[in-house]
Design a protein around this ligand. Structure first.
Ligand code: EPU
Length: 440
């Protein structure tokens, strides 16, 4: 299966959007569940899977490893890898150029073949995005890592449990340690680990497979290595990033959108901020309905942070919503140094946003002296006008969709495949909330 749809979206904006959309399994969990499936030769079943590019990339990668992948119409994915065949560097490059997930395949490949080659990684260009924590952790677990100009080559007879401390609670590096240490000899203690719900979901999958993992206080995760893991059946965690994007769209356009599948528990920080900005929501057992509480939205001060803070992936749609709020809003981005690239196009659409290198917030942040434009001040409310925009990254891309739907007049968005990396059936969902769109 491959997500093939038009690459340009024409949008006629300026109308409130009303209706219902659904969210399925998260882009940032399902591909990792699929990597976990490589740790066993048993069949693994993942339900509630979205048809998105990042899942396609993983399906193709598992097929290239010699595994069987079946994705059925009921959004269920079955993965079986009786054996794993390493992929040559040039072929592996095709996968890595499209996604950051291949680096997470190190653990399973080392456990089952003793050798892995990982080319330069893809993913959104939202900052430097190094993989030094991953490499260091693999070395501490006993792998031999050779860093070449365009690829990494990693060997291991057998990994051994160890104490690892991450310099920053990186989601990917925490997943790397989990996936590499579950089959290692002995105990691994990972401190300063990420504890995002997406991490907890991966731990839940690994526990179903037979792993012994405890999450202790103060970001310490302890993994007791086991000899063998078995298959699992798992319902994927709903995408809290996508749910938040629809919420911001509802409030920004003075609309009302019911997001079927959205869950309160993993969105509490977002819901608090949304309410503070004048958004309203009603939580039901089937999803959450988002709208405005009154006529106007309120400006606010916001900082992105690791869990349980306000997610960096919520920042872009929220910023567009704040262009419609009364007064001056401030956002301090502390997770990625380059996550305001999308702001320039918003300015062309009439948004009044000023970028700053200074930390406009209280969180002690790694970007203070890096000449990185990582804070913004947004003046609102502004009347946005339609524009032609080339989508730069996934979350920035969805924020342009919101801006185009708020704006007066027509907009043309190209490079839509980037949106399909993480948002399923985007045009169908936009039509379901009565957006005036046309695909090319
Ligand atoms: N970092 C390093 N070295 C490393 C790893 C990370 O310096 O070896 C730094 C990064 O540069 C960044 C910070 O640590 O400044 C956090 O990065 P993290 O590793 O947590 O991010 P990630 O695992 O690469 C995942 C999501 C991102 C999401 C972040 C933060 C996936 C595939 N991606 O990235 O999602 O923003 O966690 O929650 O899970 C998105 O969905 O659009 C997206 C970018």
């Amino acid at each position: 299966m491959n997500v093939m749809e038009a690459d340009t979206l024409n949008i006629e904006g300026g109308h409130p959007l009303e209706g219902e959309v659904f969210v399925r399994g998260a882009k940032n969990t399902v591909p990792k569940n699929m990597v976990a499936a490589l740790l066993t030769s048993d069949t693994c079943v993942i339900k509630n899977v979205s048809h998105i590019v990042d899942v396609d990339v993983m399906c193709d990668m598992i097929s290239a490893f010699g595994g069987d992948v079946a994705f059925t119409d009921d959004h269920t994915l079955r993965v079986t890898t009786p054996s794993l065949t390493p992929i040559p560097l040039d072929q592996m490059g095709d996968f890595a150029g499209k996604s950051r997930i291949p680096i997470l395949a190190c653990g399973p490949l080392l456990a089952r073949t003793g050798h892995v080659i990982i080319p330069a990684l893809g993913g959104c260009q939202i900052g430097n995005r190094p993989v030094d924590f991953h490499i260091e952790a693999l070395k501490i677990l006993g792998a031999k890592v050779e860093v070449h100009e365009t690829y990494l080559e990693i060997f291991a007879g057998h990994l051994r449990g160890a104490k690892i401390r991450l310099p920053y609670p990186s989601v990917g590096a925490t997943e790397q340690v989990l996936l590499s240490s579950v089959l290692a000899d002995g105990v691994t203690e990972l401190s300063n680990a990420a504890i995002e719900p997406e991490i907890m979901d991966l731990i839940a999958v690994l526990q179903k497979m037979g792993a012994i993992i405890s999450v202790d206080t103060h970001r310490v995760i302890t993994i007791h290595g086991v000899k063998k893991l078995c298959g699992f059946t798992h319902k994927a965690l709903p995408d809290r990033l996508e749910a938040a994007s629809w919420a911001c769209l509802a409030a920004a356009t003075k609309g009302r959108i019911f997001v079927r599948g959205a869950e309160q528990m993993n969105m509490m920080t977002f819901l608090n901020a949304f309410r503070q900005a004048g958004g309203a929501f009603e939580i039901t057992e089937f999803g959450i309905e988002f709208s405005r509480a009154g006529e106007t939205l309120r400006s606010m001060v916001l900082e992105t942070d690791i869990h349980p803070g306000f997610m960096t992936d919520w920042q872009q749609p929220f910023a567009v919503m704040l262009t419609q709020a009364d007064g001056l809003s401030v956002i301090h981005e502390t997770v990625y140094e380059g996550r305001f690239g999308y702001v320039e196009a918003l300015k062309l659409m009439g948004a009044r946003i000023q970028l700053y290198q200074k930390c406009l917030g209280q969180i002690s942040c790694r970007f203070a002296n890096r000449n990185a434009l990582h804070s913004v001040v947004i003046a609102g409310p502004t009347t946005l006008k339609g524009a032609e925009i080339h989508i730069p990254d996934l979350r920035g891309g969805f924020s342009y969709i919101i801006a185009a739907l708020v704006a007066q007049g027509s907009s043309k968005l190209s490079n839509m495949w980037l949106i399909r990396r993480g948002y399923e059936d985007i045009a169908k969902k936009l039509r379901a909330i009565k957006a005036n769109i046309h695909e090319e």
